[in-house]
Design a binder for this molecule. Structure first.
Ligand SMILES: [Fe+2]
Length: 203
């Protein structure tokens, strides 16, 4: 008997090249958080359980050199991702069209979502205290599993319908933007700090 595995979903795990950059990004994120009143107002209006610059700032690389350096490294990782997936981009290129800070405290979570209008999305982790939320990925075929049997408890991750990761500072995870994911609720008061991003294809 032969089992053939097809149509896998891929998550790329890389790390920032210098630990000092993680420290610089940590400081830069708190500097931005401290000065972004519009962002805090948006979080309060929308019930965001923490702080995000998602709706208020679209120019982080111009605000601190650490963010510009981050984008330089992310560009290389996005290129690796495209190569690993055999994407033929022709004369087009990948461009980081959004980059934003997320800070979640106790109970902070981000429910399941995809990232529309992008091809690669992901997160760079800056502070992940013990007890802060894991990231959970969902099998993209789950909407078609109306009669799929449950899995055995010891099913390997490659067969599972959900996958979980607990990143460490400096980790960068990237996936295709259609892959649904969520951040589970944090059980610690210590802030979980990350920087998320989207890449699109531009000519
Ligand atoms: Fe996300």
């Amino acid at each position: 008997m032969t089992q053939i595995a097809l149509f896998a979903s891929h998550i790329q795990h890389t790390r920032l090249s210098q630990s000092e950059l993680v420290e610089d990004l940590h400081d830069a994120c708190w500097m931005i958080e401290d000065g972004d009143q519009a962002g805090h107002d948006w979080c309060e209006q929308e019930g965001y359980p923490g702080y995000t610059s998602y709706a208020s700032l679209d120019d982080l690389p111009q605000r601190a050199p650490a963010f510009a350096e981050l984008v330089t490294q992310l560009d290389a990782f996005a290129h690796q991702f495209a190569e690993a997936r055999y994407w033929d981009l022709g004369s087009a290129r990948l461009s980081c069209d959004s980059l934003w800070i997320n800070i979640l405290g106790e109970g902070g979570h981000h429910s399941g979502h995809i990232h529309p209008n992008s091809v690669i999305s992901g997160t760079c982790y800056i502070a992940v205290p013990s007890g802060s939320g894991r990231i959970k990925f969902e099998d993209p075929r789950i909407a078609m599993m109306m009669a799929a049997p449950p899995l055995k408890r010891d099913a390997p991750e490659e067969a599972a319908r959900f996958a979980y990761r607990t990143p460490t500072p400096g980790d960068v995870l990237m996936w295709e933007s259609w892959l649904r994911h969520e951040v589970l609720a944090s059980q610690t008061e210590e802030p979980r700090l990350s920087i998320s991003f989207n890449y699109s294809v531009v000519e």
